[in-house]
Write a protein that binds this ligand. Structure first.
Ligand SMILES: [Zn+2]
Length: 632
């Protein structure tokens, strides 16, 4: 997933959870077998996969837009590892009608455990050692956390409704009963019935056009964890951009998206050259309506992307590089628990920048790296340098996993790999990573397993190297280690010089060398404008706006930065644009900081409440709940 900024989601979902590492929410003490398990213990699932585990899912559901429900059945092939008399699944606000075992089906007993605010309810199904298959008949709740139901007005074309899922981190259980842990992988097939004028696509082999029946069949032959289960339903069309790559989008977005993402196949080739064959068949992208709460989500075979990266100049395609890189780090070698999240995201950011270097050159990739390091330091300052959440290895037990999804996993994780690269050289690190992705393909990884592997395959007893890497400091200590790589971006230095020239009156805005600037340079420019502006020169906002037309830019990344100044400087000419942005875009990375700026003043608080009242219906659960926390 692309940057979450989940910090505020946190308090909303914390608290009530009393489960311990070795207990599940039904307060059933975990047996010895589990402790000695082969699948890592995950505090965020009720499943006990070392006792009984699901290996394949056949999903058969109907998507009902009127009731805002997914209704149907989930049939699982299971393995009863220890001959237990029950198997556990995760659910969140699902209604379970009945459960059967075998084929022909025979009804069996089931019970739902007490509800935990974070984890939902355990579904305990009675089985015996002969049971190889069971079927759960269920329906989802209209307010299911993973699902966002959009009416026609909330889409790009404004003609038909739209549905999409967001299963990471532990939201899959709100639309499919499942063993919802990143450590548990299963293959799946699905039959999905949707209204006849809509197309359904999943994280699987996908159709490329609508059919007359509204019934679509899917197959996912590679085993994935539940957080990569994904479904989107809408009036969408497909266009190919390469032999293995293509774009799904609403009609009015399709050509723009095809232009923006036309380098996707080149990126895939570059990624394969770095870290080995792409193992998922096709790599397609679906552009979702603007309320999608994230930048992108690495659903296998089909990245879900926000339309806010469609800038018209291909300047925000690092998102594609990021989600694509997850096809190796995350989807292929998966963090065993959410405490190991940096293994998914830190590796992916490192890999993303290596792809960008191939496609756009070193100075571009270094610019991203410099901005990334700044993000990491800002997040650490916000959390506090001694905060437990600034460690790479997290302890999220008893909290919601989204609490850990900060910039730390992404950027501190990436910086650690960069430190290794600086010490061993690229050639050796690349050979190591190739071997790592190959050896652990379709498996899960804990932080401890990775460190052992690093020591065995790369450090190989070189004590001087091991000392230089200070692994424990990076992984288990808070804050930024002293040996953090130094990153210098010459392109950003030029931007700093431009700001200085303007501030000191050496050059007017119109004479600054902005012609070649990419989105990232603009973002850096806006972010580093002096604040507060010189009170003697009240028209600086107007001067900036008249010269660069920030208020009316179609580039969301630049606009979001600019709106920050609009709020802080009470630049009323930008208020209309602010309201429009907050009521159409639902990407949390943009929306949340703006609400935080607004609530700093009484006047802003009123504006924030009024805008949120209008915008709320357009936000996904994760964005809406984060904003609600800010407005409290
Ligand atoms: Zn990611």
């Amino acid at each position: 997933m692309n940057r979450l900024f989940a910090l505020l989601f946190i308090s909303l979902l914390t608290a009530s959870c009393n489960q311990q590492n070795n207990q599940n929410p039904n307060n059933m003490v975990v047996t010895e077998e589990k402790k000695q398990s082969t699948i890592a213990i995950d505090a965020h699932t009720c499943a006990m996969p070392n006792e009984a585990v699901a290996t394949h899912l056949d999903l058969d559901v109907e998507v009902d837009f009127t009731k805002k429900q997914i209704i149907g059945k989930a049939s699982y092939q299971i393995k009863n590892v220890i001959g237990t008399d029950h198997i556990l699944f995760d659910t969140y606000d699902l209604t379970i009608q009945k459960v059967t075992v075998g084929n022909p089906e025979k009804e069996t007993k089931f019970e739902l455990g007490a509800k935990d605010k974070n984890l939902g309810q355990a579904l305990k199904v009675t089985i015996d050692s002969t049971v190889k298959m069971l079927t759960i008949y269920y329906s989802s709740n209209p307010a299911a956390q993973a699902l966002q139901w959009l009416d026609a007005q909330q889409t790009a074309d404004k003609k038909k409704p739209f549905l999409f899922t967001q299963s990471e981190s532990i939201f899959a259980r709100s639309w499919v009963p499942c063993q919802d842990s990143p450590g548990i992988r299963f293959t799946y097939s699905a039959k999905v019935k949707v209204p006849k004028d809509l197309l359904a696509v999943m994280s699987a082999e996908n159709p490329i056009a609508k059919n007359d029946s509204g019934i679509y069949h899917f197959n996912m032959p590679q085993a994935i964890p539940a957080y990569l289960l994904a479904l989107a339903v809408g009036d969408i069309e497909f266009k190919s951009v390469g032999p293995r790559t293509g774009i799904y989008a609403e009609h009015s977005m399709l050509d723009k998206a095809v232009y923006e993402f036309s380098e996707t196949e080149d990126m895939l080739v570059a990624a394969e050259k770095l870290y080995g064959a792409y193992r998922w068949g096709r790599y397609d992208i679906i552009v979702l309506p603007p309320s999608f709460p994230f930048g992108g989500m690495e659903n296998p075979r089909l990245t879900f992307a926000t339309p806010t990266v469609i800038a018209g100049d291909r300047s925000l395609t690092s998102l594609v590089a990021h989600e694509m890189a997850h096809s190796w780090s995350g989807n292929l070698v998966t963090n065993a628990t959410w405490n190991d999240f940096w293994l998914n995201e830190g590796f992916t950011v490192y890999f993303e920048r290596r792809i960008l270097e191939v496609i756009y050159g070193l100075d571009y990739a270094e610019m991203q790296a410099a901005l990334g390091k700044q993000d990491a330091i800002n997040t650490m300052n916000e959390l506090g340098m001694t905060s437990e959440d600034t460690k790479l290895k997290l302890n999220l037990n008893g909290r919601h996993p989204d609490d850990g999804m900060t910039d730390i996993a992404y950027e501190k994780g990436c910086l650690f790999l960069r430190l290794i690269e600086e010490n061993v050289g690229r050639e050796k690190l690349d050979a190591f990573l190739n071997k790592y992705f190959n050896e652990f393909a379709f498996k899960t990884m804990t932080t401890e397993m990775f460190i052992d592997y690093l020591k065995k395959e790369l450090i190989k007893g070189d004590t001087i190297l091991e000392e230089k890497l200070t692994i424990d400091q990076w992984v288990y200590n808070a804050g930024m280690p002293a040996n953090c790589p130094n990153i210098i971006s010459t392109r950003l230095q030029k931007v700093d010089k431009a700001i200085e020239d303007w501030v000191q009156g050496v050059k007017p805005l119109s004479h600054l060398p902005t012609r070649e600037w990419s989105t990232h340079e603009w973002v850096h420019f806006i972010r580093h404008l002096p604040y507060p502006f010189n009170p003697q020169l009240p028209d600086q906002m107007k001067e900036l706006d008249n010269t660069f037309h920030f208020t009316n830019t179609g580039n969301c990344e630049i606009l979001a930065e600019w709106l920050h100044w609009v709020i802080l400087n009470k630049y009323s000419s930008g208020y209309g644009s602010l309201e429009k942005f907050l009521t159409t875009v639902g990407r949390r990375k943009y929306v949340l900081p703006l609400y935080k700026d607004l609530v700093k003043t009484e006047e802003g608080k009123k504006m924030a409440a009024a805008i949120f009242a209008k915008a709320k219906g357009n936000y996904h659960f994760v964005t809406a709940s984060s904003v609600e926390e800010v407005l409290k």
